[in-house]
Design a protein around this ligand. Structure first.
Ligand code: PEP
Ligand code: MG
Length: 313
């Protein structure tokens, strides 16, 4: 029966009883953005801009950046769609020659993501200028978000820089401090997007690249789910969207749990959209909430999964 649902489901993203859940694509370039348009998505939830520059020794100027971003935005220029562009997340697992700080003892805890702009604000400002040009040229509803935000002041600074250019600002929740202070951060920006890959890494103190720590770097860890719950609740109280754009959003069972926690959008590799959409469409919001409650009460990932599945049976 499930396969039948999967074969016929074509959106829009919503629970069985009609609670909307935006389904969005994670993209890296114009090719992946254009490919995502053949899936039932409401837009792009994560454009990883740093992936455009992995082979660049020098920073592309504003014009060149604007051309690249326009080519990614253009396929989503239609009504009701939006694109979330993430500013450079250079450093750690994504070294960028012109932005990454060399010789850090501990790059995952170093100058990465928004932290690059502390010493060199020009890098962020030129990128925001280019994104604003691309938004205008492509005629898309374009939101921008910053990676690796840890403090309210960082969110405020980013929010101001984005609004000055007419862009709607948000921040990623990838550091536990940002989840715990989500209510304060939402006084500064218009949306949150939870990066569960890094949020899990930093909550569990376990390197996301370390295959022998896979039992720890599991987004079903109840401690991670509790942080997701805190951020989602902050969004509900502020009346602002809180999405998930990490790998967790691509797990159909976990997607139901996230919806039950109050998450309003799920962004994932385009290939995961149909399985996730079909699963969510088969479950009521009340059931999702029961699944979330059961998973939150578990003591480890295996029992959290079991508990969520048991609600469905
Ligand atoms: C994440 O950390 O979950 C995320 C979406 O960002 P990235 O995987 O690019 O670090
Ligand atoms: Mg991340």
């Amino acid at each position: 029966a499930e396969r039948a649902v999967l074969a016929t489901w074509s959106g829009p993203g919503q629970t069985a009883d009609g609670r909307p859940v935006k389904l969005l694509a994670n993209v890296a370039d114009a090719a992946s953005a254009s490919a995502a348009t053949s899936e039932p998505v409401s837009g792009i939830g994560l454009f990883r801009t740093e992936l455009c520059f992995l082979d660049r020794d020098t920073e592309p100027d504003v014009d060149e950046q604007a051309a690249i971003y326009t080519s990614v935005l253009e396929p989503f220029a239609s009504e009701g769609k939006h694109v979330v562009v993430r500013t450079l997340d250079a450093g750690s697992d994504k070294p960028i020659a012109f932005a990454t700080h060399p010789d850090e003892e501990n790059p995952a805890l170093g100058v990465r993501g928004l932290r690059l702009s502390f010493a060199d604000p020009g890098l962020l400002h030129r990128q925001l200028d280019a994104i604003a040009i691309a938004a205008e040229r492509s005629g898309t509803e374009c939101w921008v978000m910053a990676p690796m935000v840890a403090t309210v002041a960082e969110a405020r600074g980013f929010g101001e820089a984005a609004r000055e250019r007419g862009l709607k600002p948000g921040v990623m929740v990838e550091v536990p401090s940002a989840a715990l202070l989500a209510h304060k951060i939402l006084e500064e920006v218009d949306f949150l997007s939870i990066g569960t890959n890094d949020l899990t890494q930093y909550t569990m103190a376990a390197d996301r690249m370390a295959t022998d720590l896979a039992h720890l770097t599991d987004p079903w860890q109840p401690a991670v789910l509790q942080l997701v719950a805190i951020a989602a609740e902050a969004g509900r109280q502020a009346g602002k969207p809180v999405g998930v754009c990490g790998e967790a959003a691509a797990d159909p069972l976990l997607a139901c749990v996230l919806v039950g926690l109050g998450i309003t959008s799920l962004s994932m590799a385009a290939a995961a959209v149909r399985p996730v959409g079909a699963r969510v469409a088969d479950v009521t919001l009340g059931r999702c909430e029961e699944m979330a409650e059961a998973a939150l009460a578990a003591v480890d990932p295996a029992t959290a999964r079991e508990a969520a599945l048991a609600v469905l049976r």
